[in-house]
Design a protein around this ligand. Structure first.
Ligand SMILES: Nc1ncnc2c1ncn2[C@@H]1O[C@H](COP(=O)(O)OP(=O)(O)OP(=O)(O)O)[C@@H](O)[C@H]1O
Ligand SMILES: [Mg+2]
Length: 392
């Protein structure tokens, strides 16, 4: 039973790891691609610079023609601005300059752009003769910028999609589980109805029969009451239960006196209310008893029939919640298991279904708008569960 949950937990982490790996790989791959392209563009712009230098300083007519057509006029995707030695722009390529701009505006735009380019790459100096220098400022091409953003967009995309998928899957699964629970509970309550009324009739019949051993009747009646209680619990689960302002202390005392008779005498129960606090809260008695019974049964199992179960009742500081702390002196719950114990099917017992705490959590949260959690647990010392129920 445990293994389903351990495997599911593992699977979740494997998927997270794979998503992370894909993301990192894509980031790494795009980055190396960007690096590669940037290197090529750098070479291209350097070639462009050398070509310009060559044209001005030493080319023959024939060479000039070659350099112009093959190098300077070729497809250069890198944005670049050539300036004189005072930093004034002379000509430029791949810069978006609107033809509607005045000469002054155009100059301002180019100078601005030069400032930005300086931050990315050092300009290339061209030696065009004695005291005649020009500079090429340049930047990464649009394609590289887009590629760089693309990898981050991709990672964000993967992350958003994973979170979305997680919520969609877990909420549909939860809704489905809910329907199964409620349906099963309703059906069980319904099915139990008929034999119970028949048993009632039988008890009346035996009461009237003088030959029947009448000392058995109270025992039979008690068992029947127990069956009725179980039916009441199931039918409360299957329908919207009514919450009524009740004295929780009394409810706890009732169920504990019932349990005390049914477990080993070596298990001692104690109930400690804070005397000055009122113990009222809105609960549904059959369901509330089910909560306490399940937790106490687990406690008894955890201490193999010998030990103490202490129940403390008190209000939260702001008096909005009633706390019911149930402590046992059992074997404790390992830290790594604390999250799993409320999941259906998780059990460490030979004959366990692993449903007790799932049901308890459901009753506390869904039907009483409360909370239940492990307040503390220590191996071989004991465990304390806290139930917190709104007082109104
Ligand atoms: N008080 C406790 N001390 C130690 N372990 C506990 C305690 N309460 C619960 N557990 C652990 O949590 C597991 C799940 O409890 P849960 O009540 O959901 O199922 P179960 O008791 O195993 O089976 P059942 O469906 O019959 O209740 C238990 O098997 C046990 O390992
Ligand atoms: Mg249990």
């Amino acid at each position: 039973m445990i293994s389903i949950y351990q495997n599911k937990e593992k699977l979740k982490w494997i998927i997270v790891a794979i998503a992370l790996l894909i993301g990192l790989f894509s980031l790494f791959y795009t980055n190396s691609l960007v690096q590669h392209l940037a290197d090529r563009e750098k070479k291209q712009i350097n070639l462009f610079a050398s070509a310009l230098e060559f044209v001005v300083t030493s080319a023959s007519d024939e060479e000039l023609n070659f350099v112009f057509t093959e190098i300077i006029h070729t497809e250069l995707s890198v944005p670049c601005i050539v300036t004189d030695d005072k930093g004034e722009p002379i000509h430029w390529r791949n810069i978006d300059v609107s033809p509607n701009l005045s000469a002054e505006e155009e100059n301002k735009l180019l100078l601005n752009r030069i400032e930005k380019m300086k931050e990315v790459y050092e300009p290339i100096e061209m030696d065009l003769g004695p005291d005649f220098k020009q500079y090429i400022y340049y930047d990464n091409s649009e394609a590289i910028l887009q590629l760089r953003y693309f990898s981050y967009m991709q990672i964000t995309g993967i992350a958003i999609l994973s979170v979305l998928a997680y919520f969609v899957f877990s909420s549909t699964r939860r809704a489905e589980q809910n329907r199964v629970w409620v349906g099963l509970a309703k059906e069980t309550a319904h099915q139990l109805g008929t034999p119970i009324s028949s048993l009632m009739a039988w008890i009346e019949f035996f009461k009237a029969d003088e030959n029947f051993d009448q000392t058995i009747i109270p025992e039979l009646t008690k068992d029947l009451q127990r069956l009725e209680m179980i039916t009441a619990r199931f039918s409360s689960i299957g329908s919207e239960p009514s919450l009524v302002e009740e004295n929780v202390l009394e409810a706890v005392e009732n169920i504990v006196s019932y349990l005390q008779k049914r477990v080993s005498t070596k298990v001692k129960f104690s109930i400690t209310p804070k005397i000055d606090h009122d113990m009222m809260a809105k609960i549904n008695i059959p369901l509330f008893e089910w909560i306490i019974e399940n937790i106490c049964k687990n406690a008894v199992d955890a201490m193999s029939g010998v030990g103490k179960i202490d129940i403390y009742l008190r209000n939260s500081k702001d008096h909005r919640f009633l706390y019911i702390d149930i402590s046992d002196t059992g074997k404790g719950i390992p830290k790594s298991k604390i999250k799993s114990i409320f999941q259906p099917g998780f059990t460490t017992k030979k004959r366990g279904w692993g449903l007790g705490l799932t049901l308890v959590k459901r009753i506390v949260e869904n039907y009483h708008r409360g909370k239940i959690f492990v307040l503390k647990s220590e191996i071989d010392v004991g465990t304390t569960f806290r139930i917190s129920i709104p007082k109104d």
